[in-house]
Design a protein around this ligand. Structure first.
Ligand code: DON
Length: 584
């Protein structure tokens, strides 16, 4: 890795950097070295590599991916290794107890795999209603077996590896299995989240693993070994994902879910055995000279990103630069996109989602025409896209810490953009004896079942996949070559994080590290949200003058991005978290 100033001095010569808007005050602040930064934020150095690169949420996980790439592995081989190490070292965010979306580019085809969790066969729309018929309190629903969906991550990894892997299955699992045996040092972020955590200690397996006998979280630097996970991974290495979806591990999952004392779930061995990863059509659209692609429903992520970008395309964003005028457009585009998302987006096996209409360039122009350059529209209404065959209603949003994004480019130019989650931080707070946490993904469904007497598109139904906001994204350049790999955790804010980063990379020509570190901004069709503790706070007055109701909130994105340049690969790992972008 090299520093930003080294990058400015030499790596690119004057090429890319000459086009950076260094004179824009906001950007100059974003580049300011950490000690002088008025906001107290610190920024990571830009990652560079010539052959291949991994950007992921933890250095040990990224290093495992880098070694797999160095050994001749493909981007997918590396993704398996990175995910399984993340399961160990960033257990609060993702793992084989959760779900995943993967976008894969092999130089010719954009494939998208849906490894989203599914609701058990016994699930009913009223799952998250209390005895009074009203939606349960969020954590009353989350903690315990009720929120656990049938995990999809391992089936997805297996399918991706079967299609696009080069190294053997045991070989890509080995780094995580070894590290689980040898142990890893607890990171400050994991320790910090354990310190804030209210529910995890009630689970006896998790308590014994994460906490000291006196109830304090194990300290930063404590070497944590997970022999149960090592055994699970070695069994999976030997027998394939079937060993997880049937047999002892499956029984352990069912027992953990159904055995919760106060909030049991209803998952069965049949549910696990029947889980299927779905290959879906990528959602793609043009943005200026680029082509942006990602995961379609049941994720709302890429549809909403496409809508925001399609609206921004009507503006000369390059000349706006980071600042209040750009935020006005990003926020107004966000309002319109989130209004459509709330109404139309859900599992396409249950609801006829008009993806084509929602991303239609003509429709997006008509939506852009609703934006007044000088005044916020306040609350946006959903539109009436073409090709629409549904009229359903939706709601419910939150910000969580249970997701991770992995970006990888291998030496053959294959790329993986993969967002992976157990939903809330530490998921359902249930840890199996097999060494991994279980998701609470089912609380991504709408708790309410109807609105104005109409069924909500994203209500719970048996076998359905809850709506997601995850937006793993791959960008091609004008000649159809790989240009960028981008994604982030962050619940429903993911859409805004990804859109901001795309504007930073594609319009403002920022390197991905700087684009990731720009203040997060946008609107989810409520107030306009500016990231607290950043230079965006200084944009508040100008936005209020345009009628925006401003809310300063923590926006703890975890953007991991890689850009392909003529000089090599340039990577960014969000300075707000512990990740790195490294390569060979
Ligand atoms: O699928 C979704 O949209 C959410 N379950 C993602 C959760 C998340 O990003 C938590 N983040 N840090």
């Amino acid at each position: 890795m090299i520093t930003r100033s080294a990058l400015r001095r030499g790596f690119f010569g004057l090429g890319l950097l000459a086009s950076l808007p260094l004179s824009a005050p906001a950007f100059a602040q974003a580049l300011a070295p950490a000690p002088e930064a008025p906001t107290g934020r610190t920024f990571k150095p830009v990652g560079t590599a010539t052959k291949d690169m991994v950007a992921a949420a933890n250095p040990l996980a990224a290093q495992a991916g880098r070694e797999i790439l160095a050994a001749g592995g493909s981007a997918v081989d590396a993704a398996v290794a990175v995910q399984l190490v993340l399961n160990l070292v960033e257990p609060q965010s993702s793992g084989i107890g959760g779900g995943t979306f993967m976008v894969f580019w092999d130089g010719k085809t954009m494939a998208t795999l849906d490894g989203r969790e599914t609701a058990p066969a016994a699930a009913k729309p009223e799952r998250f209603l209390g005895p009074d018929g009203k939606p349960m309190k969020f954590y009353d629903a989350v903690v315990g077996g009720r929120s656990v969906g049938v995990p999809g991550t391992l089936r997805l990894l297996e399918a991706a590896h079967r299609n696009w892997g080069k190294l053997s299955w045991p070989q890509v699992i080995e780094p995580a299995a070894r590290l689980a045996e040898e142990g890893f040092a607890i990171s400050p972020r994991l320790n910090g989240l354990l310190s804030q955590e209210k529910y995890l200690q009630n689970d006896p397996v998790a308590r014994a693993y994460f906490y000291e006998a006196d109830g304090k979280p194990k300290a930063v630097g404590t070497v944590l070994r997970n022999p149960a996970l090592a055994k699970t991974l070695r069994t999976i290495a030997d027998k394939g994902a079937d060993a997880f979806y049937t047999g002892e591990i499956a029984q352990d999952i069912v027992t953990t879910v159904t055995g919760h004392a106060t909030n049991p779930g209803d998952m069965t061995l049949e549910d696990l055995k029947g889980y299927k990863v779905q290959e879906r059509d990528a959602v793609c659209g043009n943005y200026r000279t680029y082509r942006i692609c990602g995961m379609g429903p049941p994720s709302s992520g890429q549809v909403a990103v496409q809508q925001i970008m399609g609206i921004l395309e009507t503006q000369d964003m390059a000349s706006l630069k980071p600042g209040p005028d750009a935020v006005h457009w990003i926020a107004e585009a966000g309002r319109l996109a989130y209004a459509d998302r709330a109404l139309f987006l859900a599992d396409p096996a249950f609801v006829n989602v008009p993806v084509k209409g929602l991303t239609d360039p003509g429709y997006l122009k008509s939506r852009a025409a609703l934006v007044d350059p000088n005044k916020s529209m306040g609350k946006a209404k959903p539109g009436d896209p073409p090709f629409q065959k549904t009229f359903l209603w939706g709601a419910s949003d939150s910000i969580e810490f249970g997701t991770s994004h992995i970006s990888i480019v291998d030496r053959n130019g294959n790329a993986v953009s993969m967002t992976t989650t157990i939903e809330d931080g530490f998921g359902s707070r249930l840890m199996t004896k097999s060494g991994f946490l279980l998701n609470n993904e089912l609380t991504d469904f709408s708790f309410a079942t109807t609105e104005d007497d109409k069924p909500i598109a994203n209500r719970v139904e048996a076998g359905k996949r809850p709506r997601s906001s995850m937006a793993p994204t791959i960008v091609l350049d004008g000649s159809g070559k790989l240009y960028a790999v981008v994604g982030s955790p962050g619940g429903s804010l993911i859409i805004n994080y990804v859109a901001k980063t795309l504007v930073g990379i594609l319009d403002w020509k920022l390197d991905p590290q700087v684009a990731a570190d720009l203040p997060n901004v946008g609107s989810r069709n409520g107030p306009t949200e500016l990231e607290a503790g950043t230079e965006a706070e200084g944009w508040k007055a100008a936005l209020e003058a345009k009628g925006h109701e401003i809310k300063l909130i923590d926006q703890n994105s975890g953007i991991h991005a890689i850009v392909v340049t003529p000089a090599g690969l340039v990577g960014g790992a969000d300075s707000r978290r512990e990740g790195v972008a490294i390569g060979n």
